[in-house]
Design a protein around this ligand. Structure first.
Ligand code: ZN
Length: 278
């Protein structure tokens, strides 16, 4: 099966989005759109220009962070496509998940479940539940051409933000292993360029997380620390706009280490919570 893949980057570049969110249009005549992106008129126009009056069958959302999903409702209305996504695992506490806003307006016509198959006459995608960055995150594998659309699970420019309480480092690491188990594939991420050597790339990401976990454990062994203090030890020259995201990712590691009984806290699990060795 041969089919076209078009990538359109939204104009929402920034410290957490790199150049902007990538929207993918797949297929020859019956199209699938993955991650419609932010609710932005210029981006909507660019998408529709690339659709060229062809039939859009499905609009798929990898996860419900606003920069990926908010255009879905409008685009579905214009094209008549069915929206496919997941809010099933979504934590509705906006306050606790306020760093990156979730899209509470996204209403899928079809709810994703793991291993679900999405078919057009041009291609077949298989949904892989990959929680960690968010609990509702899915990647999509196209097997005949060994491609995976990786959303924010694996990105082409930076390691992924894992922000508690919805983000979960234990789940994230498990989901990296799940993608490694898919063999070698080419990745099309939600931000950044495509990744040709996917398996090796993910193995490196996994190694990075393992090293980070070890380093955090070592630092706690030397004295009680919270996520903010650890961030200043670990990230020496960080862009200050990224500081709060780095701190949350460190917190995700701390929660994971506590769950595995390496360290202990008073159970409050915020960025000021002190963790101690066991
Ligand atoms: Zn995201």
């Amino acid at each position: 099966m041969n089919y076209q893949i078009k990538s359109i980057t939204a104009q929402n570049g920034g410290p957490t989005t790199f150049n902007g969110t990538n929207t993918y249009i797949l297929g020859n005549n019956n199209l699938i759109i993955i991650d419609p992106g932010p609710d932005d008129n210029q981006h909507l126009e660019n998408i529709l220009r690339n659709v060229e009056n062809k039939n859009v069958e499905h609009i798929i959302v990898t996860h419900t962070h606003k920069d990926h999903s908010t255009l879905a409702n409008k685009l579905a209305e214009i094209t008549g496509a069915k929206k496919i996504g997941s809010t099933k695992y979504f934590i509705k506490n906006q306050e606790k998940n306020s760093i990156i806003n979730f899209d509470t307006e996204f209403t899928p016509d079809i709810y994703l479940i793991d291993q679900m198959v999405i078919k057009t006459e041009d291609l077949i995608l298989k949904a892989l539940h990959t929680p960690g960055h968010t609990s509702d995150h899915f990647c999509f594998k196209e097997e005949t051409k060994s491609k995976i659309f990786t959303g924010d699970h694996i990105m082409g420019w930076s390691s992924t933000l894992v922000s508690p309480p919805d983000g979960n480092m234990g789940d994230y690491i498990e989901s990296l292993n799940r993608i490694i188990d898919q063999g070698n594939n080419e990745y099309f991420p939600g931000h950044g360029d495509k990744i040709t050597d996917g398996k090796r790339y993910t193995e490196k990401l996994l190694q990075h997380r393992t090293n980070r976990k070890q380093r955090i454990h070592e630092l706690i062994t030397l004295g009680n620390k919270n996520a903010e203090e650890l961030t200043s030890y670990i990230y020496k020259d960080i862009d200050t706009r990224l500081l709060k995201y780095a701190t949350l990712t460190i917190l995700a590691h701390l929660i994971d280490l506590e769950k595995e009984n390496f360290i202990k806290s008073d159970g409050t699990n915020n960025t000021e919570t002190k963790y101690r060795k066991i």
